[in-house]
Design a protein around this ligand. Structure first.
Ligand code: ARG
Length: 466
C-alpha cells in the first residue's frame, strides 16, 4: 500500500531512504498508547461536532479491533508505512474507509508521538517503582534476618570497623528509596498532555484538550505548543534516574562479585543465578552481577546519546527526535530486568555467617574502639590515636590479634590501659555506635521498622490506585 502521507510527491521513497527512516521495528510497542490516544482524540472530535458521533464510534470500535489484531500477532506491520502511527491509521482506513480518514483531523504526528511516549513513560515509571519496591522488600527481609550478623565494614576496600550486615543491606534500601523519589518527581513532569499542539502551533479547530486529558488520566495540559512537541526532557530525566539506579545496582553487583569470591567467601549465590565455565569445572561465576555492572555502561550511554541528539535542535519538532526511542526502550527494559534478577538473586542468596563473623574478628577492626577507650580514660583523641596506631603495628609484628596481647604489652603504649580493655569486642563496638544512622543494634532495629512502614505505605498507595 502506498504511504497515505505522500500526496505531495510524484515518486515513492527510495528503498534505502524508506529503510533508513522506518521506525516500526521498534516503535510498534507504542501501539497500546497510540490506540488509547487515538480513541480519546476521536471521542473528543465527535463530542465537539468536528466529526459525527457515528464516525467517532466507528473509529473507536475499529481501533479496539486493531489493538486485538496486534496483541494476537495478526497485524502485519509494514516498514514502508514508517512508524506505528501510520501503520495503525492505514489499517483503520482499510477497515472503515472514509471515517478512518477523519481521525487525523486536528492532530499531527508530532503531538501524537509526544502523547504516546508520555503515556509509555508513565507506565514505565509505575512499573519501575514497583520493581524497586520488590527489591527493597527483599533487602529489608535480609536485614531483619541478619540483625545480629556482624561483618567487617570497609573504607578504601580495607577493613575499617565492624558493622551489622543488616546495616549494610539498609544502605541499599536508602539508595533505592532516593531512586523512587526521583522517578516519582519525573512522573509529575510526564503527566502533561501534549495533544492539541498540532505540528507546532496548535490546531485551527474547536477542540477540547481538557476532555482528552481527563480521558487519558493526565493531570495537566501543556501550555506551549512549540515546547510540547519539542520536549523530550522527561525521557532524559528518566534515563538519568535510571542511570543512577543502575549505578546503585552496579555497586551492589560489585559487592556480590567480591563477597562470592573464594577470598571473601561471605555469600553463596544460588545455582539459579550463577553460571559455569566452559573450561574450568570448579567455577561458579556471579554472571548476573557482572552483567548488571556491564549493562550500567549501556544505560549511561543511552543518556549521553539522547542528550547529544537534543543539544543542537532548533524548535520545534525535528526528525532527529525519532532517535529518542531505541535507547529509551533499552534503558527501561534493562533497568526493569536488572531489578527483577537482583530481587530473585538476593531472595535466594546464602549468607555464610560463620565466615562474616570470622572476618570481622581479624584485621584490627577494633583499633578505633581502643582509641575511644583511651579517650574515656582521659587521653586526648589524637594522643590515643597515635598510641593505638603504635600498638597495632606492634601486634602485627608479633603476629598477634588485639585480644592476644597481654596487659603489660598494652601498657607499653599507654599506662591508662586496664583489665577492662578485654571487654572491647566486635559486639561492644557495634553497640557503641548508637546515634541516629549508626550501626548499633538498637538503631538498626529502628531502621528496619521504619523501612517496613515505608513499604507498607507503598502497598496502601497501590491498593488505592487499583
Ligand atoms: N516516528 C516519528 C518520531 O518518532 C513520529 C513523528 C514524525 N513526525 C514527522 N513530522 N515526521 O518522531
Amino acid at each position: 500500500m502506498a504511504n497515505q502521507i505522500r500526496g505531495r510527491f510524484q515518486k515513492e521513497a527510495a528503498k534505502t531512504a524508506q529503510d533508513y527512516s522506518s521506525s516500526i521495528h521498534y516503535d510498534w510497542r507504542l501501539y497500546p498508547y497510540d490506540i488509547a490516544g487515538s480513541m480519546a482524540h476521536a471521542k473528543m472530535l465527535a463530542k465537539q461536532g468536528i466529526i459525527t458521533m457515528a464516525e467517532g464510534k466507528a473509529i473507536v470500535e475499529a481501533l479496539a479491533e486493531i489493538g486485538e489484531e496486534i496483541s494476537e500477532g495478526k497485524f502485519e506491520f509494514k516498514p514502508e508505512l514508517e512508524d506505528i502511527h501510520i501503520n495503525i491509521e492505514a489499517r483503520l482506513i482499510e477497515k472503515i474507509g472514509d471515517a478512518g480518514k477523519k481521525l487525523h483531523t486536528a492532530r499531527s504526528r508530532n503531538d501524537q508521538v509526544a502523547l504516546d511516549i508520555r503515556l509509555f513513560t508513565r507506565d514505565a515509571i509505575i512499573h519501575t517503582i514497583g520493581e524497586i519496591v520488590e527489591l527493597q522488600t527483599i533487602l529489608v527481609e535480609l536485614a531483619s534476618n541478619h540483625k545480629t550478623t556482624i561483618i567487617p565494614g570497609y573504607t578504601h576496600m580495607q577493613k575499617a570497623q565492624p558493622i551489622l550486615l543488616a546495616h549494610h543491606f539498609l544502605a541499599y534500601f536508602e539508595m533505592l528509596g532516593r531512586d523512587i523519589e526521583r522517578l516519582d518527581s519525573c512522573l509529575t513532569r510526564v503527566d502533561v498532555m501534549p495533544l492539541g499542539s498540532g505540528a507546532l502551533a496548535g490546531v485551527a479547530y474547536n477542540i477540547d484538550r481538557k476532555f482528552v486529558a481527563d480521558e487519558l488520566g493526565f493531570k495537566e495540559i501543556s501550555r506551549n505548543s512549540l515546547d510540547a512537541v519539542a520536549d523530550r526532557d522527561f525521557i532524559i530525566e528518566f534515563e538519568a534516574d535510571a542511570s543512577l539506579c543502575m549505578m546503585h545496582l552496579s555497586r551492589l553487583a560489585e559487592e556480590i562479585v567480591l563477597w562470592s569470591s573464594g577470598e571473601f567467601d561471605f555469600i553463596e549465590i544460588d545455582d539459579a543465578y550463577t553460571t559455569g565455565s566452559s573450561i574450568m569445572p570448579q567455577k561458579k561465576n556471579p554472571d548476573m552481577a557482572e552483567l548488571a555492572r556491564g549493562k550500567t555502561g549501556r544505560v549511561y550511554g543511552n543518556l549521553m546519546g539522547l542528550l547529544t541528539t537534543m543539544k543542537g535542535l532548533p524548535l520545534a519538532y525535528n526528525r532527529d527526535m525519532q532517535e529518542d526511542k531505541e535507547g529509551f526502550f533499552d534503558t527501561v527494559d534493562t533497568l526493569i530486568s536488572t531489578l527483577e534478577v537482583f530481587t530473585g538473586m538476593l531472595k535466594s542468596v546464602r549468607i555464610k555467617t560463620d565466615k562474616t563473623t570470622g572476618a570481622a574478628q581479624m584485621g584490627y577492626l577494633l583499633a578505633t574502639d581502643l582509641a575511644d577507650y583511651l579517650v574515656s580514660k582521659g587521653v586526648s583523641f589524637r594522643a590515643a590515636h597515635e598510641a593505638t596506631g603504635k600498638l597495632v603495628t606492634y601486634a602485627i609484628k608479633k603476629g598477634k590479634s588485639l585480644k592476644d596481647l597481654t596487659l603489660p604489652e598494652y601498657r607499653k603504649f599507654a599506662p591508662e590501659f586496664a583489665q577492662d580493655v578485654y571487654e572491647i569486642t566486635v559486639e561492644s563496638s557495634v553497640t557503641a555506635r548508637n546515634n541516629t544512622g549508626g550501626t548499633a543494634y538498637k538503631q538498626v532495629a529502628k531502621q528496619i521498622a521504619a523501612a517496613r512502614r515505608k513499604l507498607k505505605d507503598f502497598e496502601c498507595d497501590c491498593d488505592d490506585e487499583h
